[in-house]
Write a protein that binds this ligand. Structure first.
Ligand code: 5GP
Ligand code: ZN
Length: 116
């Protein structure tokens, strides 16, 4: 779903609140509402892409940009050398709940999926 039907499109449109940590023309990063680690950010393209499984030719640029910004944010949070995790739940059996492409950046003491 796009627009009002999509929770993350609403955040992009500033129709829903979020603690935004990074923004540029293409992407947005904000705190996960239910953090599973001391650092838990979601990095999303502003443009609605459903999931990794729906990536079209040409979407690689924005997806790669998300990955680079994840690194930047991990470093900014002090985890550049200590390490962090970047994950992308994809599809029903991949644990995806929100169908707007997002990368989870988690760092610190992970309370879930530690050995995943
Ligand atoms: P998924 O399981 O789809 O990979 O993860 C969705 C994530 O989005 C979950 O970690 C959930 O806590 C987070 N989330 C869901 N709705 C909202 C919201 O409205 N605002 C924020 N900041 N996070 C959300
Ligand atoms: Zn969306």
């Amino acid at each position: 779903m796009v627009g009002n039907g999509c929770a993350f499109c609403r955040i992009v449109a500033r129709e829903s609140p979020a603690e935004i940590e990074y923004e540029d023309d293409e992407i947005l990063a904000f705190k996960d509402l239910y953090p599973k680690a001391p650092v838990h950010l979601l990095i999303i393209p502003k443009r609605h892409i459903e999931s990794l499984a729906r990536l079209e030719p040409g979407d690689e640029t924005v997806a790669g940009h998300c990955v680079r910004v994840a690194r930047l944010l991990a470093e900014r949070a002090g985890y550049g050398e200590r390490g962090y995790r970047l994950s992308c739940n994809t599809g029903p059996e991949g644990g995806q709940v929100v169908y707007h492409l997002h990368f989870h950046l988690t760092a610190g003491h992970l309370t879930a999926g530690r050995r995943g």
